[in-house]
Design a protein around this ligand. Structure first.
Ligand code: FAD
Length: 561
Protein backbone atom coordinates (compact mmCIF):
# COMPACT_ATOMS: atom_id res chain seq x y z
CA UNK A 1 0.00 0.00 0.00
CA UNK A 2 1.35 3.48 -0.84
CA UNK A 3 0.75 6.42 1.50
CA UNK A 4 1.22 9.86 -0.07
CA UNK A 5 2.77 12.48 2.21
CA UNK A 6 0.80 15.23 0.49
CA UNK A 7 -1.69 15.47 -2.37
CA UNK A 8 0.86 16.51 -4.98
CA UNK A 9 3.36 14.47 -7.00
CA UNK A 10 5.90 15.51 -4.40
CA UNK A 11 5.62 13.51 -1.23
CA UNK A 12 7.69 15.92 0.83
CA UNK A 13 6.15 19.19 2.01
CA UNK A 14 8.29 21.47 -0.18
CA UNK A 15 7.98 25.18 -0.86
CA UNK A 16 7.45 25.94 -4.56
CA UNK A 17 10.50 28.22 -4.73
CA UNK A 18 12.74 25.30 -3.83
CA UNK A 19 11.09 22.67 -6.02
CA UNK A 20 12.86 23.92 -9.13
CA UNK A 21 16.24 23.61 -7.46
CA UNK A 22 15.51 20.32 -5.73
CA UNK A 23 13.94 18.70 -8.81
CA UNK A 24 15.42 20.61 -11.77
CA UNK A 25 14.50 19.62 -15.34
CA UNK A 26 17.52 18.99 -17.55
CA UNK A 27 17.52 20.56 -21.02
CA UNK A 28 17.66 18.40 -24.18
CA UNK A 29 21.30 19.49 -24.70
CA UNK A 30 22.23 18.46 -21.15
CA UNK A 31 20.41 15.14 -21.56
CA UNK A 32 22.40 14.46 -24.75
CA UNK A 33 25.67 15.08 -22.91
CA UNK A 34 24.67 12.74 -20.07
CA UNK A 35 23.65 10.01 -22.55
CA UNK A 36 27.25 9.91 -23.79
CA UNK A 37 28.36 8.69 -20.32
CA UNK A 38 25.81 5.86 -20.00
CA UNK A 39 23.11 4.09 -22.01
CA UNK A 40 19.46 4.54 -22.93
CA UNK A 41 17.18 1.68 -21.83
CA UNK A 42 13.49 0.78 -21.70
CA UNK A 43 11.57 0.28 -18.47
CA UNK A 44 8.27 -1.46 -17.75
CA UNK A 45 5.59 -0.46 -15.23
CA UNK A 46 6.38 -1.94 -11.82
CA UNK A 47 10.06 -2.48 -12.66
CA UNK A 48 12.23 -1.70 -9.61
CA UNK A 49 15.29 0.28 -10.72
CA UNK A 50 16.78 0.81 -7.25
CA UNK A 51 15.91 -1.17 -4.11
CA UNK A 52 16.13 0.33 -0.62
CA UNK A 53 19.42 -0.78 0.93
CA UNK A 54 21.27 -1.23 -2.41
CA UNK A 55 24.80 0.24 -2.47
CA UNK A 56 26.59 2.09 -5.29
CA UNK A 57 23.24 2.54 -7.02
CA UNK A 58 22.93 3.66 -10.65
CA UNK A 59 21.75 7.13 -11.68
CA UNK A 60 18.67 7.54 -13.91
CA UNK A 61 17.37 10.40 -16.04
CA UNK A 62 13.73 9.98 -17.16
CA UNK A 63 13.17 10.45 -20.90
CA UNK A 64 9.62 9.08 -21.25
CA UNK A 65 7.25 7.62 -18.65
CA UNK A 66 7.64 8.16 -14.89
CA UNK A 67 9.76 6.87 -12.03
CA UNK A 68 8.36 7.03 -8.49
CA UNK A 69 10.52 7.18 -5.39
CA UNK A 70 9.00 5.52 -2.32
CA UNK A 71 10.12 4.75 1.22
CA UNK A 72 9.21 1.16 2.09
CA UNK A 73 8.40 0.28 5.71
CA UNK A 74 7.04 -3.22 6.26
CA UNK A 75 4.04 -3.67 3.96
CA UNK A 76 3.66 0.08 3.45
CA UNK A 77 5.29 2.53 1.10
CA UNK A 78 5.39 6.29 1.53
CA UNK A 79 5.62 8.31 -1.65
CA UNK A 80 8.60 10.66 -1.67
CA UNK A 81 8.35 11.99 -5.24
CA UNK A 82 7.61 11.14 -8.87
CA UNK A 83 10.20 11.96 -11.55
CA UNK A 84 9.01 12.87 -15.04
CA UNK A 85 10.73 13.96 -18.28
CA UNK A 86 14.20 15.47 -17.78
CA UNK A 87 14.26 14.77 -14.04
CA UNK A 88 16.81 12.52 -12.35
CA UNK A 89 17.08 10.15 -9.40
CA UNK A 90 19.48 10.32 -6.45
CA UNK A 91 20.59 12.34 -3.46
CA UNK A 92 23.86 12.63 -1.52
CA UNK A 93 24.32 8.83 -1.23
CA UNK A 94 24.67 8.74 -5.01
CA UNK A 95 28.23 10.03 -4.62
CA UNK A 96 29.29 8.13 -1.50
CA UNK A 97 27.96 4.81 -2.81
CA UNK A 98 26.17 4.26 0.51
CA UNK A 99 22.89 2.35 0.80
CA UNK A 100 19.88 3.84 -0.92
CA UNK A 101 17.19 5.14 1.46
CA UNK A 102 14.42 4.53 -1.04
CA UNK A 103 13.00 2.29 -3.74
CA UNK A 104 12.84 3.70 -7.30
CA UNK A 105 10.20 2.12 -9.56
CA UNK A 106 8.93 2.80 -13.06
CA UNK A 107 5.17 3.39 -13.09
CA UNK A 108 4.65 3.60 -16.85
CA UNK A 109 6.34 2.09 -19.90
CA UNK A 110 9.16 4.43 -20.83
CA UNK A 111 12.80 5.15 -21.46
CA UNK A 112 15.56 6.23 -19.06
CA UNK A 113 19.25 6.99 -19.33
CA UNK A 114 21.23 4.83 -16.91
CA UNK A 115 24.73 5.57 -15.58
CA UNK A 116 26.44 3.18 -13.18
CA UNK A 117 28.15 4.54 -10.05
CA UNK A 118 31.52 4.96 -11.75
CA UNK A 119 30.06 6.62 -14.88
CA UNK A 120 28.12 9.00 -12.61
CA UNK A 121 31.32 10.02 -10.80
CA UNK A 122 33.12 10.59 -14.07
CA UNK A 123 30.23 12.81 -15.20
CA UNK A 124 30.33 15.08 -12.12
CA UNK A 125 34.10 15.33 -12.30
CA UNK A 126 34.18 16.35 -15.94
CA UNK A 127 31.03 18.31 -16.90
CA UNK A 128 31.03 21.45 -14.73
CA UNK A 129 27.56 22.68 -15.70
CA UNK A 130 25.81 19.36 -15.10
CA UNK A 131 27.89 18.73 -11.97
CA UNK A 132 26.60 22.02 -10.58
CA UNK A 133 22.96 21.11 -11.17
CA UNK A 134 23.30 17.58 -9.79
CA UNK A 135 25.39 18.50 -6.74
CA UNK A 136 22.99 21.30 -5.75
CA UNK A 137 19.98 19.00 -6.15
CA UNK A 138 21.63 16.18 -4.19
CA UNK A 139 22.54 18.52 -1.31
CA UNK A 140 19.09 20.16 -1.22
CA UNK A 141 17.32 16.79 -1.37
CA UNK A 142 19.37 15.60 1.60
CA UNK A 143 18.67 18.82 3.51
CA UNK A 144 14.95 18.36 2.80
CA UNK A 145 15.02 14.73 3.95
CA UNK A 146 16.82 15.67 7.17
CA UNK A 147 14.35 18.49 7.86
CA UNK A 148 11.36 16.19 7.21
CA UNK A 149 12.91 13.28 9.17
CA UNK A 150 12.50 11.00 6.17
CA UNK A 151 15.15 8.30 5.80
CA UNK A 152 15.63 4.60 6.29
CA UNK A 153 15.80 4.50 10.10
CA UNK A 154 13.68 5.25 13.15
CA UNK A 155 15.23 6.23 16.46
CA UNK A 156 13.19 5.60 19.60
CA UNK A 157 14.64 7.44 22.58
CA UNK A 158 14.18 9.91 25.37
CA UNK A 159 15.36 13.47 25.95
CA UNK A 160 16.64 12.31 29.35
CA UNK A 161 18.93 9.68 27.86
CA UNK A 162 22.58 10.41 27.11
CA UNK A 163 22.63 7.52 24.62
CA UNK A 164 19.80 9.12 22.63
CA UNK A 165 21.71 12.40 22.40
CA UNK A 166 24.87 10.59 21.28
CA UNK A 167 23.01 8.77 18.51
CA UNK A 168 21.16 11.92 17.41
CA UNK A 169 24.50 13.74 17.18
CA UNK A 170 26.13 10.88 15.31
CA UNK A 171 23.30 10.81 12.76
CA UNK A 172 23.07 14.58 12.46
CA UNK A 173 26.82 15.03 12.02
CA UNK A 174 26.91 12.24 9.44
CA UNK A 175 24.05 14.03 7.66
CA UNK A 176 21.83 10.95 7.89
CA UNK A 177 18.05 11.63 7.97
CA UNK A 178 16.01 9.76 10.59
CA UNK A 179 12.56 9.74 12.16
CA UNK A 180 12.58 10.30 15.91
CA UNK A 181 10.00 8.93 18.31
CA UNK A 182 10.16 10.07 21.92
CA UNK A 183 9.25 7.68 24.69
CA UNK A 184 7.74 10.40 26.84
CA UNK A 185 6.00 12.44 24.15
CA UNK A 186 4.70 10.17 21.39
CA UNK A 187 1.44 8.38 22.06
CA UNK A 188 1.97 5.56 19.54
CA UNK A 189 5.39 4.53 20.80
CA UNK A 190 4.15 1.47 22.73
CA UNK A 191 2.66 -0.09 19.57
CA UNK A 192 5.96 0.37 17.74
CA UNK A 193 7.97 -1.07 20.65
CA UNK A 194 5.61 -4.05 20.82
CA UNK A 195 5.77 -4.73 17.11
CA UNK A 196 9.57 -4.92 17.28
CA UNK A 197 9.56 -6.79 20.64
CA UNK A 198 11.53 -4.08 22.40
CA UNK A 199 10.97 -2.85 25.95
CA UNK A 200 11.14 0.79 27.06
CA UNK A 201 14.18 -0.01 29.25
CA UNK A 202 16.22 -0.89 26.14
CA UNK A 203 16.16 2.58 24.59
CA UNK A 204 17.76 4.14 22.64
CA UNK A 205 16.60 1.74 19.95
CA UNK A 206 17.34 2.11 16.26
CA UNK A 207 15.23 0.38 13.61
CA UNK A 208 17.14 0.08 10.33
CA UNK A 209 15.12 -0.22 7.13
CA UNK A 210 12.17 -1.62 9.12
CA UNK A 211 14.10 -4.86 9.63
CA UNK A 212 17.11 -4.71 11.96
CA UNK A 213 16.59 -3.65 15.57
CA UNK A 214 19.62 -2.27 17.43
CA UNK A 215 19.38 -1.78 21.18
CA UNK A 216 21.57 1.03 22.54
CA UNK A 217 23.99 0.62 19.62
CA UNK A 218 27.57 1.94 19.48
CA UNK A 219 28.51 4.37 16.68
CA UNK A 220 30.30 1.53 14.89
CA UNK A 221 27.21 -0.70 15.03
CA UNK A 222 25.12 2.13 13.60
CA UNK A 223 27.66 2.74 10.84
CA UNK A 224 27.60 -0.99 9.99
CA UNK A 225 23.82 -1.15 9.98
CA UNK A 226 23.57 1.88 7.72
CA UNK A 227 26.26 0.42 5.48
CA UNK A 228 28.53 3.46 5.80
CA UNK A 229 31.63 1.34 5.19
CA UNK A 230 30.26 -1.34 2.92
CA UNK A 231 31.15 0.00 -0.49
CA UNK A 232 34.80 0.64 0.42
CA UNK A 233 37.59 -1.75 -0.52
CA UNK A 234 39.74 -2.10 2.60
CA UNK A 235 42.32 -4.46 1.07
CA UNK A 236 44.08 -2.36 -1.58
CA UNK A 237 47.29 -0.42 -0.88
CA UNK A 238 46.32 3.26 -0.99
CA UNK A 239 48.32 6.23 -2.25
CA UNK A 240 47.19 8.18 0.80
CA UNK A 241 45.29 7.48 4.00
CA UNK A 242 44.07 10.57 5.86
CA UNK A 243 43.32 9.91 9.53
CA UNK A 244 40.66 12.27 10.90
CA UNK A 245 37.95 14.10 8.97
CA UNK A 246 38.02 17.50 10.65
CA UNK A 247 38.73 20.57 8.48
CA UNK A 248 42.40 19.63 7.98
CA UNK A 249 41.69 16.00 7.04
CA UNK A 250 38.82 16.94 4.72
CA UNK A 251 41.01 19.54 3.01
CA UNK A 252 43.73 16.91 2.48
CA UNK A 253 41.08 14.54 1.08
CA UNK A 254 39.62 17.15 -1.32
CA UNK A 255 43.03 18.25 -2.64
CA UNK A 256 44.44 14.70 -2.76
CA UNK A 257 41.45 13.18 -4.56
CA UNK A 258 41.04 16.13 -6.93
CA UNK A 259 44.70 15.77 -7.90
CA UNK A 260 44.24 12.14 -8.85
CA UNK A 261 45.39 10.34 -5.69
CA UNK A 262 43.61 7.27 -4.41
CA UNK A 263 42.51 8.59 -0.99
CA UNK A 264 40.93 6.84 1.97
CA UNK A 265 39.85 8.87 5.00
CA UNK A 266 39.39 7.23 8.41
CA UNK A 267 37.10 8.98 10.88
CA UNK A 268 36.10 7.74 14.33
CA UNK A 269 32.69 9.32 14.50
CA UNK A 270 31.58 11.85 11.89
CA UNK A 271 33.14 14.32 9.46
CA UNK A 272 33.67 17.86 10.74
CA UNK A 273 35.82 17.33 13.82
CA UNK A 274 35.78 20.08 16.41
CA UNK A 275 34.62 22.56 13.79
CA UNK A 276 31.51 20.41 13.31
CA UNK A 277 30.47 21.24 16.87
CA UNK A 278 30.81 24.99 16.35
CA UNK A 279 27.44 26.73 16.12
CA UNK A 280 28.77 29.54 13.91
CA UNK A 281 32.21 30.09 12.43
CA UNK A 282 32.46 33.77 11.63
CA UNK A 283 36.14 34.15 10.78
CA UNK A 284 36.41 31.69 7.89
CA UNK A 285 37.29 33.43 4.66
CA UNK A 286 34.41 33.88 2.22
CA UNK A 287 31.52 33.57 4.68
CA UNK A 288 30.81 37.15 5.80
CA UNK A 289 27.63 36.16 7.67
CA UNK A 290 29.29 33.08 9.18
CA UNK A 291 28.65 29.40 8.58
CA UNK A 292 27.78 26.65 11.03
CA UNK A 293 30.54 24.08 11.49
CA UNK A 294 28.08 21.37 10.53
CA UNK A 295 27.28 23.08 7.24
CA UNK A 296 30.92 23.63 6.39
CA UNK A 297 31.74 20.00 7.19
CA UNK A 298 28.82 18.65 5.15
CA UNK A 299 29.90 20.65 2.10
CA UNK A 300 33.54 19.59 2.43
CA UNK A 301 32.52 15.96 2.93
CA UNK A 302 30.45 15.97 -0.25
CA UNK A 303 33.23 17.74 -2.12
CA UNK A 304 35.74 15.05 -1.07
CA UNK A 305 33.32 12.36 -2.26
CA UNK A 306 32.71 14.17 -5.54
CA UNK A 307 36.41 13.84 -6.33
CA UNK A 308 36.35 10.15 -5.40
CA UNK A 309 37.77 10.10 -1.84
CA UNK A 310 36.34 7.30 0.32
CA UNK A 311 35.44 7.95 3.94
CA UNK A 312 35.45 5.01 6.34
CA UNK A 313 33.78 5.50 9.73
CA UNK A 314 36.41 3.68 11.78
CA UNK A 315 38.96 4.46 14.47
CA UNK A 316 42.69 4.09 13.81
CA UNK A 317 44.12 2.37 16.90
CA UNK A 318 47.69 1.53 15.88
CA UNK A 319 50.34 2.53 13.37
CA UNK A 320 52.72 -0.18 12.19
CA UNK A 321 55.64 1.86 11.00
CA UNK A 322 58.73 -0.37 10.73
CA UNK A 323 58.52 -0.67 6.96
CA UNK A 324 56.70 0.65 3.92
CA UNK A 325 53.91 0.46 2.91
CA UNK A 326 52.77 1.62 6.34
CA UNK A 327 49.94 -0.24 8.01
CA UNK A 328 47.13 1.31 10.02
CA UNK A 329 45.21 -0.99 12.32
CA UNK A 330 41.54 -0.24 12.99
CA UNK A 331 39.51 -0.85 16.13
CA UNK A 332 38.00 -4.05 14.67
CA UNK A 333 41.46 -5.44 13.75
CA UNK A 334 41.27 -4.59 10.01
CA UNK A 335 44.63 -3.50 8.59
CA UNK A 336 44.91 -0.83 5.90
CA UNK A 337 48.12 -0.45 3.85
CA UNK A 338 49.24 2.85 2.42
CA UNK A 339 52.21 4.55 0.80
CA UNK A 340 51.68 7.89 2.58
CA UNK A 341 49.67 9.14 5.56
CA UNK A 342 48.28 12.49 6.64
CA UNK A 343 47.54 12.50 10.38
CA UNK A 344 44.71 14.97 11.07
CA UNK A 345 43.36 13.60 14.33
CA UNK A 346 43.01 16.99 16.02
CA UNK A 347 42.49 17.30 19.73
CA UNK A 348 40.05 16.21 22.41
CA UNK A 349 38.06 18.30 24.87
CA UNK A 350 39.45 18.73 28.35
CA UNK A 351 37.08 17.66 31.10
CA UNK A 352 36.49 19.19 34.52
CA UNK A 353 38.05 17.31 37.47
CA UNK A 354 34.69 16.26 39.00
CA UNK A 355 34.28 12.62 39.93
CA UNK A 356 30.66 12.20 38.81
CA UNK A 357 30.89 14.36 35.67
CA UNK A 358 30.91 11.36 33.31
CA UNK A 359 27.44 10.33 34.56
CA UNK A 360 25.94 13.53 33.20
CA UNK A 361 27.71 13.66 29.83
CA UNK A 362 24.94 14.09 27.30
CA UNK A 363 22.45 14.42 30.18
CA UNK A 364 23.21 17.98 31.18
CA UNK A 365 26.96 18.15 30.39
CA UNK A 366 27.92 18.97 26.80
CA UNK A 367 31.13 19.72 24.88
CA UNK A 368 29.55 21.34 21.84
CA UNK A 369 26.81 23.94 21.43
CA UNK A 370 24.92 23.13 18.24
CA UNK A 371 21.19 23.45 17.68
CA UNK A 372 20.70 19.88 18.99
CA UNK A 373 21.92 20.90 22.47
CA UNK A 374 20.25 24.32 22.21
CA UNK A 375 16.89 22.55 21.73
CA UNK A 376 17.43 20.62 24.96
CA UNK A 377 17.82 23.71 27.10
CA UNK A 378 15.56 26.27 25.39
CA UNK A 379 14.11 28.75 27.90
CA UNK A 380 16.30 27.48 30.78
CA UNK A 381 19.41 28.81 32.53
CA UNK A 382 22.72 27.37 31.32
CA UNK A 383 26.41 27.57 32.24
CA UNK A 384 29.29 27.91 29.78
CA UNK A 385 32.72 27.10 31.24
CA UNK A 386 35.83 28.55 29.57
CA UNK A 387 37.25 31.82 28.36
CA UNK A 388 38.37 31.03 24.80
CA UNK A 389 36.67 31.76 21.49
CA UNK A 390 34.70 28.50 21.46
CA UNK A 391 33.23 29.36 24.90
CA UNK A 392 32.42 32.88 23.70
CA UNK A 393 30.65 31.60 20.59
CA UNK A 394 28.68 29.09 22.61
CA UNK A 395 27.56 31.78 25.08
CA UNK A 396 26.44 34.16 22.34
CA UNK A 397 24.64 31.36 20.48
CA UNK A 398 22.89 29.97 23.57
CA UNK A 399 21.86 33.44 24.74
CA UNK A 400 19.45 33.54 21.78
CA UNK A 401 17.30 30.65 22.97
CA UNK A 402 17.93 30.19 26.69
CA UNK A 403 16.72 32.18 29.67
CA UNK A 404 20.20 33.13 30.88
CA UNK A 405 23.83 32.16 30.27
CA UNK A 406 26.41 32.21 33.10
CA UNK A 407 29.98 32.24 31.78
CA UNK A 408 32.44 30.88 34.34
CA UNK A 409 36.14 31.61 33.85
CA UNK A 410 39.08 30.84 36.13
CA UNK A 411 40.98 34.01 35.26
CA UNK A 412 40.02 37.58 36.09
CA UNK A 413 38.56 38.36 32.64
CA UNK A 414 38.32 37.48 28.96
CA UNK A 415 40.69 39.87 27.22
CA UNK A 416 43.73 37.58 27.11
CA UNK A 417 41.90 34.61 25.64
CA UNK A 418 38.98 35.75 23.47
CA UNK A 419 38.54 37.70 20.22
CA UNK A 420 37.48 41.30 20.71
CA UNK A 421 34.25 40.97 18.69
CA UNK A 422 33.01 38.18 20.96
CA UNK A 423 33.90 40.05 24.15
CA UNK A 424 31.87 43.00 22.89
CA UNK A 425 28.84 40.80 22.17
CA UNK A 426 29.06 39.17 25.59
CA UNK A 427 29.34 42.55 27.32
CA UNK A 428 26.35 43.88 25.38
CA UNK A 429 24.10 40.89 25.97
CA UNK A 430 21.61 41.31 28.83
CA UNK A 431 21.21 37.53 29.04
CA UNK A 432 24.90 36.69 29.58
CA UNK A 433 26.59 37.14 32.95
CA UNK A 434 30.35 36.72 33.25
CA UNK A 435 31.59 35.19 36.51
CA UNK A 436 35.39 35.64 36.64
CA UNK A 437 37.62 33.68 39.02
CA UNK A 438 34.90 31.07 39.36
CA UNK A 439 35.06 27.28 39.07
CA UNK A 440 32.52 24.47 39.30
CA UNK A 441 33.29 22.35 42.37
CA UNK A 442 30.41 19.84 42.34
CA UNK A 443 27.45 18.69 40.26
CA UNK A 444 24.34 16.78 41.35
CA UNK A 445 21.33 15.03 39.87
CA UNK A 446 19.64 11.67 39.39
CA UNK A 447 19.29 10.67 35.74
CA UNK A 448 19.94 14.24 34.60
CA UNK A 449 22.07 17.02 36.03
CA UNK A 450 19.95 19.29 38.22
CA UNK A 451 22.27 21.40 40.39
CA UNK A 452 25.69 22.95 40.17
CA UNK A 453 27.95 24.33 42.90
CA UNK A 454 30.44 27.02 41.90
CA UNK A 455 33.13 28.69 43.96
CA UNK A 456 34.70 32.14 43.67
CA UNK A 457 38.43 31.69 44.25
CA UNK A 458 38.78 35.34 45.31
CA UNK A 459 36.12 35.32 48.05
CA UNK A 460 36.17 31.56 48.75
CA UNK A 461 32.36 31.60 48.62
CA UNK A 462 30.47 28.58 47.18
CA UNK A 463 26.98 28.96 45.71
CA UNK A 464 24.43 26.31 44.72
CA UNK A 465 22.39 26.90 41.53
CA UNK A 466 19.58 24.76 40.19
CA UNK A 467 20.87 24.68 36.64
CA UNK A 468 20.58 21.57 34.46
CA UNK A 469 22.92 22.33 31.56
CA UNK A 470 26.69 22.92 31.50
CA UNK A 471 28.68 23.53 28.32
CA UNK A 472 32.37 22.76 28.91
CA UNK A 473 34.67 24.63 26.52
CA UNK A 474 38.03 24.49 28.27
CA UNK A 475 40.43 23.48 25.53
CA UNK A 476 41.75 20.21 24.22
CA UNK A 477 44.61 17.64 24.26
CA UNK A 478 46.06 16.08 21.06
CA UNK A 479 44.76 12.72 19.80
CA UNK A 480 48.19 11.10 19.49
CA UNK A 481 48.24 8.31 22.08
CA UNK A 482 47.42 5.71 19.44
CA UNK A 483 50.71 6.48 17.62
CA UNK A 484 52.49 4.57 20.38
CA UNK A 485 56.06 5.75 19.92
CA UNK A 486 56.18 5.60 16.10
CA UNK A 487 56.47 9.37 15.66
CA UNK A 488 58.28 12.11 17.57
CA UNK A 489 56.01 14.22 19.76
CA UNK A 490 56.65 17.43 21.69
CA UNK A 491 56.40 17.73 25.48
CA UNK A 492 52.61 18.22 25.33
CA UNK A 493 52.04 15.25 23.03
CA UNK A 494 51.58 17.22 19.78
CA UNK A 495 53.34 15.91 16.63
CA UNK A 496 56.65 17.48 15.66
CA UNK A 497 57.05 18.31 11.97
CA UNK A 498 59.51 19.84 9.45
CA UNK A 499 61.94 22.34 10.93
CA UNK A 500 60.93 21.44 14.53
CA UNK A 501 62.57 18.01 14.16
CA UNK A 502 66.11 17.78 15.49
CA UNK A 503 68.76 15.47 13.91
CA UNK A 504 68.33 13.24 17.01
CA UNK A 505 64.57 13.06 16.42
CA UNK A 506 65.17 11.98 12.83
CA UNK A 507 67.75 9.32 13.59
CA UNK A 508 65.61 7.87 16.40
CA UNK A 509 63.02 6.42 13.99
CA UNK A 510 63.25 3.05 12.29
CA UNK A 511 63.04 4.58 8.80
CA UNK A 512 65.39 7.56 8.87
CA UNK A 513 64.90 10.22 6.17
CA UNK A 514 67.99 10.76 4.01
CA UNK A 515 66.85 14.27 3.04
CA UNK A 516 65.55 17.15 5.14
CA UNK A 517 61.93 16.52 6.14
CA UNK A 518 59.39 18.47 4.11
CA UNK A 519 57.22 21.10 5.74
CA UNK A 520 54.50 19.27 7.76
CA UNK A 521 56.38 15.95 7.45
CA UNK A 522 56.82 14.03 10.71
CA UNK A 523 59.91 12.10 11.82
CA UNK A 524 58.81 9.30 9.47
CA UNK A 525 59.15 9.76 5.68
CA UNK A 526 55.81 10.12 3.89
CA UNK A 527 53.82 10.63 7.11
CA UNK A 528 52.53 14.18 7.56
CA UNK A 529 50.70 15.91 10.41
CA UNK A 530 48.26 18.76 9.85
CA UNK A 531 45.88 20.92 11.87
CA UNK A 532 45.41 20.96 15.63
CA UNK A 533 47.34 17.72 16.23
CA UNK A 534 50.55 19.31 14.94
CA UNK A 535 52.91 20.98 17.42
CA UNK A 536 52.88 24.76 16.99
CA UNK A 537 49.75 24.82 14.84
CA UNK A 538 47.36 27.75 14.93
CA UNK A 539 44.12 26.31 16.26
CA UNK A 540 41.79 27.69 13.62
CA UNK A 541 39.65 26.28 10.82
CA UNK A 542 41.41 28.27 8.10
CA UNK A 543 44.90 27.19 9.16
CA UNK A 544 43.77 23.56 9.46
CA UNK A 545 42.33 23.71 5.93
CA UNK A 546 45.49 25.40 4.66
CA UNK A 547 47.77 22.78 6.18
CA UNK A 548 45.65 19.91 4.84
CA UNK A 549 45.93 21.28 1.33
CA UNK A 550 49.65 22.12 1.55
CA UNK A 551 50.52 18.61 2.73
CA UNK A 552 49.25 17.18 -0.56
CA UNK A 553 51.98 18.82 -2.62
CA UNK A 554 54.57 17.03 -0.45
CA UNK A 555 52.63 13.76 -0.65
CA UNK A 556 53.10 13.94 -4.45
CA UNK A 557 56.86 14.45 -3.98
CA UNK A 558 57.13 11.43 -1.65
CA UNK A 559 55.14 9.25 -4.06
CA UNK A 560 57.60 10.18 -6.82
CA UNK A 561 60.71 9.37 -4.73
C1 FAD B 1 33.10 24.65 19.73
C2 FAD B 1 34.26 25.08 18.85
C3 FAD B 1 34.16 26.24 18.10
C4 FAD B 1 35.21 26.65 17.27
N1 FAD B 1 35.06 27.78 16.52
C5 FAD B 1 36.04 28.17 15.67
C6 FAD B 1 35.88 29.34 14.84
O1 FAD B 1 34.86 30.01 14.89
N2 FAD B 1 36.88 29.68 13.99
C7 FAD B 1 38.04 28.95 13.91
O2 FAD B 1 38.86 29.30 13.08
N3 FAD B 1 38.22 27.86 14.69
C8 FAD B 1 37.26 27.45 15.57
N4 FAD B 1 37.44 26.35 16.38
C9 FAD B 1 38.71 25.62 16.26
C10 FAD B 1 38.66 24.69 15.04
O3 FAD B 1 37.43 24.00 15.04
C11 FAD B 1 39.82 23.71 15.06
O4 FAD B 1 41.02 24.42 15.04
C12 FAD B 1 39.76 22.80 13.84
O5 FAD B 1 38.56 22.03 13.86
C13 FAD B 1 40.94 21.86 13.80
O6 FAD B 1 40.76 21.00 12.74
P1 FAD B 1 41.51 19.59 12.64
O7 FAD B 1 41.05 18.96 11.39
O8 FAD B 1 42.95 19.77 12.83
O9 FAD B 1 41.03 18.73 13.91
P2 FAD B 1 39.62 18.36 14.49
O10 FAD B 1 38.60 19.35 14.07
O11 FAD B 1 39.83 18.13 15.94
O12 FAD B 1 39.27 16.97 13.79
C14 FAD B 1 39.95 15.78 14.10
C15 FAD B 1 39.12 14.59 13.65
O13 FAD B 1 39.89 13.40 13.80
C16 FAD B 1 39.07 12.35 14.31
N5 FAD B 1 39.93 11.38 14.99
C17 FAD B 1 40.64 11.55 16.13
N6 FAD B 1 41.34 10.43 16.43
C18 FAD B 1 41.07 9.54 15.44
C19 FAD B 1 41.49 8.20 15.18
N7 FAD B 1 42.34 7.57 16.01
N8 FAD B 1 41.01 7.57 14.07
C20 FAD B 1 40.15 8.21 13.23
N9 FAD B 1 39.71 9.48 13.43
C21 FAD B 1 40.17 10.14 14.52
C22 FAD B 1 38.12 13.08 15.25
O14 FAD B 1 36.93 12.31 15.46
C23 FAD B 1 37.87 14.39 14.50
O15 FAD B 1 36.75 14.29 13.65
C24 FAD B 1 36.41 25.91 17.22
C25 FAD B 1 36.52 24.73 17.99
C26 FAD B 1 35.47 24.32 18.80
C27 FAD B 1 35.60 23.07 19.62
Amino acid sequence: MTITMSNTRRGLPLTSSRIEKIFPKLTPAQIDRITAYGRMRSVQPGEVLIEQGDTSVPFFVVITGEVEIVRPFGAYETLVTVHGYGEFTGEANMLSGRRSFFRARATKPGKVIELDHQQMQTLVQTDAEISDILMRAFILRRVELIAAGVGDIILIGSTHSAGTLRIKEFLMRNGHPYSYIDLERDADVQNLLDSFKVSASEIPVLICRGQLVLRSPSNLQIADCLGFNESIDQTQVRDLVVIGAGPSGLAAAVYGASEGLDVLVLETSSPGGQAGSSSRIENYLGFPTGISGQDLAARAYLQAQKFGAHVLIAKATRLICERKPYIIELENGTRISTRTIVIATGAQYRKLPLENLLRFEGAGVYYGATFVEAQLCGGEEVIVVGGGNSAGQAAVFLAQTTKHVYMLVRSSGLTATMSRYLIRRIENSPTITLRPQTEIVAVEGDNHLDSVYWRNSQTGQTEKHEISHIFIMTGADPNTRWLDGCIELDAKGFIKTGPDLSPENLSATGLPITRQPYLLETSLPGIFAVGDVRGGSIKRVASAVGEGSIAISFVHKVLQE
